[in-house]
Every structure is written in structure tokens, then in C-alpha cells.
Design a protein around this ligand. Structure first.
Ligand SMILES: Cc1ncc(C[n+]2csc(CCOP(=O)(O)OP(=O)(O)O)c2C)c(N)n1
Ligand code: SF4
Length: 267
């Protein structure tokens, strides 16, 4: 199977804005999926609501477009009903970190066998650019016209703390590393989490002095710090909380037994 075979060409043209990072994220995912030699007839793609939630509708495989914040609950049900299926979730930072936060934390804790891919564009893209749980401090959204006064969640740190087996984060700039990490996540037993920091030029960029998609993309590139380097910075007390930086890399790789094995529905 070539990666292009995964696209549902009958659904073109797609709904994403010009320059949206979701296209890059999808491309990396399709390449990783094809290279992993997984069977698309034995894979189910599940999503919640949002621009990122539309991804499964462009994939030539069975999919389930669920309610806002609940894809992990639906995906867990699918996996338990038919443990032989590979179950992949596509979600956004609003879907996963806000309304779906409890499902996210407890999915990681149970270590249920899912691969969860979160497109973190720092905003509610689909509904008009409202502040999200990951919007960086001080940044502008349609609901924070004076700048965001809340500290953001670090979704990958949450996943590590809650017990996921594999956690990684890259931006849409890091296509090679991202593709490699998605491959790892897809074959990892238990809960694997891939956070993709992505540009939303329409709702996030234009409110934060980044008029073009390219400007947001360059901002992502400039602000990314590799995980090991980030640790050095913390140890050296150069930048204690890395405010405004995006740490990228692999954050955890554990071998806890997957939930379906623990409860005996899968060998
Ligand atoms: C129960 C419920 N509440 C609110 C909404 C409205 N809603 C749809 S998508 C969305 C946010 C999407 O943001 P995110 O998950 O970050 O995805 P993005 O569009 O940025 O990819 C909201 C609040 C809804 N569909 N259902
Ligand atoms: S609103 Fe943002 S996330 Fe949604 S398609 Fe447009 S650029 Fe992408």
C-alpha cells in the first residue's frame, strides 16, 4: 500500500483553510501508517468535533465521528468489543484538553490500547478562534482580546504523568521526526500519544501578528527546543519554565501491559 491510497479522493476538495497544518499532519500520518504495513481494513479511525476531528472523513477506512470531547470513550469501546482492531483517535486541543480532559487522563491511566493523535493549534479553530486550554499565556484569541491570562496545559506532560506508554511531541515543521514517532506510536502496545503542534493561520495566526501561514510555521520552528536541550536549560536555570517555548521530542517510553491484556480479552 502506498501512502496515497489512504486518502479518500471522492471527498476532495477538503474543508481545511489554505496553509492549515492539518494537511502536513495527515501526510506524516499516512506515510507512517503505510510504512508500518498496518492493514487499513483492520483499523478504525475515531474523532471528536473540530477541524482536526474531520481528518477520519478523508481516510479510506472505517471511521466514527463522535461527539465533542468523547472520542477516547468511543474508541475504548471499539477496542474492547473487538480487540483485534487497531484503533486510532484524531483529536484537537479543545476536544482533548478541555471537554475531553477526563477521558484523556483516564485513557492514559488505564493504558488502553489506542493511538491518540492530537493536533494542537492552540485554539478552537472550527468555532471561531476561542481560547483553549493550550493557548500560550498572553496570546490573543476571540475570547481573550486583552491576551490570555491563564497558564496553559502541557498535553504531553499530562499524558506522561497520567501513565501513557508512549508520549511524543513535534510540530508540523519536524516532518521526519514526526513521521518516525507516529510509526513508533502505531506499533506500541497500550496507550500511545502523539501531540502535533500545528499552525492555524485563520484563527490563531492572524490574531497574533502572524498574517500568513508561513509566519506561524516559522514561529513554530523558531520556538521549538529539543527535549534533551530543554532539560539542560532547566538544569542550568537558564529558563526555568521554558515559557513561550515548545519542547519537542520523545518524552516517555514505558512497557506497562496494555489494558486488553490485563483484563484478558487479548493475548
Ligand atoms: C458538547 C459540545 N460543546 C461545544 C461544541 C462546539 N464545538 C465544536 S468544535 C469545538 C472546539 C474545537 O476545537 P479543537 O478541539 O481545538 O479543534 P480544532 O477545530 O482547533 O481543530 C467546539 C467548542 C460541540 N460541538 N459540542
Ligand atoms: S480554522 Fe484553523 S485549524 Fe481549522 S481548517 Fe482553518 S486553519 Fe485549519
Amino acid at each position: 500500500m502506498k501512502f496515497f491510497d489512504l486518502y479518500r479522493k471522492d471527498r476532495w476538495p477538503h474543508m481545511f483553510c489554505p496553509g492549515c497544518g492539518i494537511g502536513t499532519a495527515m501526510n506524516c500520518f499516512f506515510r507512517a501508517f503505510a510504512e508500518s504495513r498496518l492493514n487499513q481494513d483492520k483499523t478504525v479511525f475515531v474523532s471528536g468535533i473540530g477541524c482536526s476531528g474531520r481528518i477520519p472523513s478523508y481516510i479510506l477506512a472505517d471511521s466514527l465521528h463522535t461527539t465533542h470531547g468523547r472520542p477516547i470513550a468511543f474508541a475504548g469501546g471499539i477496542k474492547l468489543a473487538n480487540p483485534e482492531l487497531k484503533v486510532v483517535v484524531f483529536t484537537g486541543d479543545g476536544d482533548l484538553g478541555a471537554i475531553g480532559g477526563n477521558h484523556f487522563i483516564n485513557g492514559c491511566r488505564r493504558n488502553i490500547d489506542l493511538t491518540v493523535i492530537c493536533i494542537n493549534n492552540y485554539i478552537y479553530g472550527m468555532t471561531g478562534g476561542q481560547v483553549s486550554t493550550t493557548t500560550p499565556f498572553g496570546y490573543y484569541t476571540s475570547t481573550t482580546p486583552y491576551g490570555n491570562k491563564e497558564y496553559p496545559f502541557d498535553l504531553s506532560e499530562v499524558a506522561v504523568a497520567a501513565g501513557a506508554n508512549y508520549v511524543t511531541r513535534w510540530t508540523t515543521y519536524h516532518v521526519k521526526s514526526l513521521t518516525k514517532s507516529i510509526k513508533k506510536a502505531l506499533v506500541k502496545d497500550g496507550f500511545s500519544f502523539v501531540e502535533i503542534v500545528s499552525q492555524c493561520p485563520t484563527q490563531f495566526g492572524r490574531r497574533n501578528d502572524m498574517i500568513s501561514a508561513r509566519q506561524v510555521f516559522e514561529w513554530l520552528k523558531k520556538n521549538s527546543v529539543l527535549h534533551k536541550k530543554a532539560h539542560t536549560l532547566v538544569e542550568d536555570h537558564l529558563d526555568l519554565n521554558l515559557m513561550g517555548k515548545i519542547t519537542v521530542g520523545e518524552f516517555v517510553e514505558r512497557n506497562r501491559e496494555a489494558y486488553t491484556k490485563v483484563i484478558g480479552v487479548r493475548k
